[in-house]
Write a protein that binds this ligand. Sequence first.
Ligand SMILES: [Zn+2]
Length: 312
Amino acid sequence: MKKDQIAFGIDIGGTNTKIGIFNTEGKLLSFRTLPTAKSEDPSHFIEQLAQESDHMLASELQMKLGDERIVGLGAGAPMANYFTGSVEHAPNLGWKNVPLKKYFEKYFLCPAVIENDANLAAVGEKKWGAGKDLTDFILITLGTGVGAGLILDGKLYRGYNALGAEGGHIIIPHEKKRLCSCGGMNHLESYLSAKGIKETISELTHEEWTIEKLGSLFRDGDLKATAIINQIATELATGFVSMGVLFGPQAFIIGGGVSKLGESFNQVVKKKMDEMIHFSLKGKIKIITATLSSDKGAVYGGAAHIIDEVSK
Ligand SMILES: [Zn+2]
């Protein structure tokens, strides 16, 4: 790989789309956020992203789309399927049977791969982040939803037809009943998504706290905050116990907005996990915070993914 080559990482979210331009060492050279346009025909939106990317290239790197130094792009989108290159159905975006990879290649004039965002974040952490020296780990993104990306034996594992690795929809045994965004009951996402955590905070305090407030009160030893952290750490650890016993990873890497709770939260999760997990794994699985970024993990991962793909 030549020194002056660059790659795009793009993350299409329900509200915003993020575009990053990286060099092949994973340095972020340029970054933009745009509102995601919702329509049944997203080809215009991809064209708009290409125009914006062309401006970024011109103003910051004196390049334009089609330049031979552009390796390609990796894009994350809800329900994006690497194998088919399409998004079969993404209700949040109003998309049905969208040939996303084809649109990207048409408007960006370079090779493209698509994945779901948690898979991309896992690929990014493996190449440039907290998973660099690991062969087996599970990345969990705790944000609007709860996503999982599996790196097994050094490679991304997607399951047959890319329908696996949905750790956010593991069922958590619980005294309560809480509906998941997918329509299921008591999934990890029902408790660990931003909305799920807010619900727990309001149940236990009858107040509205941000994740930052929860984290800072917990570090100050506040009793209510400690009770909340203990509860959500137990819920997350319960999910980790099931995933851990099945895959035997070296670590769980926590990304997404909730990863701002940081090391003190990780320690509580680890303690709860070690209390519950099979004796053969006690003390052996690490819990680490994602290092690339709490909100740009999939953008880094998109660039990492296409760089790996073209150098195969
Ligand atoms: Zn679910």
